[in-house]
Design a protein around this ligand. Structure first.
Ligand code: ADP
Ligand code: MG
Length: 251
């Protein structure tokens, strides 16, 4: 079980995340939603130990903040909202970096477990054919899949994904979401993802957290958290009316 207790983040004296708490059982997927600037990415980064915060992140009774970097990388992996690369690594080199936390020494060679996880990660994300390409030549969606593959190769117990389907076409959106769902259910691991698409959040989430102006407006079952009252208050519009009108076009 993952427990976030009173997570608070301040930038230059401004509170951008204010006492956010939630509980996530193993084998479940938490969807974090809310308007631009609500603090979703900040929460994701705080959980992943990427920004200073007050409060506690407890996993299996252990305070995540007490872990050494290699231990942390086995417990938790994060996909950032946007990734940039300045060097001409190949796709498979970037994916391989996901395995470093498992080496006995930084100079030891990859073993067969590493190789099979790297191959599987490339295959799952549809990158096998691109394995030897320079990442500098990839499209946004292809690059997004490279970082996802790196995370799958890292194989942490908790995945934190900040808008994972951002640059992906519909085929890969569905592919990635199904893959993550399979990964959660098959292994009893946990996922926290930031999403804008509330239909996807309802379809794939076991739990939901709605943020607005740094505060948790609601936490719990997606169908309860994403009720008209909460959504209309947070987004300031008739969310259900808008989403159903979009869908009606397809009837
Ligand atoms: P979201 O991901 O929900 O769109 P963010 O977590 O990125 O929102 O940002 C929440 C708020 O914190 C925003 O008002 C943003 O401008 C501010 N913020 C984010 N990162 C920083 C930073 N490094 N320094 C100062 N303010 C920041
Ligand atoms: Mg964000």
């Amino acid at each position: 079980m993952l427990k976030a207790e009173n997570i608070t983040v301040r930038y230059d004296g401004n509170t951008v995340l204010d006492n956010v708490s939630f509980i996530l059982p193993k084998g479940s997927w938490l969807m974090v939603a809310g308007p631009n600037g609500a603090g979703k990415s900040t929460l994701a980064r705080a959980l992943a130990q990427g920004v200073p915060y007050s409060g506690k992140v407890i996993y299996d009774g252990v305070d995540i903040a007490s872990l050494k970097p290699a231990q942390l990388a086995r417990k938790l992996g994060m996909l950032e909202q946007s990734n940039h690369l300045g060097y001409s690594f190949t796709v498979s080199e970037i994916v391989r970096l996901g395995r470093y936390a498992y080496r006995s020494s930084p100079f030891s060679k990859a073993d067969s477990d590493d190789e099979s996880l790297i191959e599987k990660a490339l295959e799952y994300t549809g990158l096998t054919q691109l394995a030897e390409r320079s990442v500098l030549t990839l499209s946004g969606g292809e690059l997004q899949r490279v970082f996802l593959a790196q995370l799958f190769a890292q194989d942490p117990e908790i995945l934190i994904l900040d808008e994972p389907t951002n640059h992906l076409d519909l085929v890969y959106q569905k592919g990635v979401l199904d893959l993550v769902r399979q990964w959660v259910k098959g292994t009893g691991r946990s996922v926290i993802s930031v999403v804008h698409d509330l239909s996807l959040a309802r379809a794939y989430g076991d739990k939901a957290l709605l943020l607005s102006q740094g505060k948790a407006v609601a936490e719990g079952a997606p169908c309860e958290v994403f009720c008209d009252e909460n959504l209309n208050a947070v987004y300031g519009m008739d969310v259900r009316g808008f989403l159903t009108s979009l869908l009606d076009q397809w009837k």
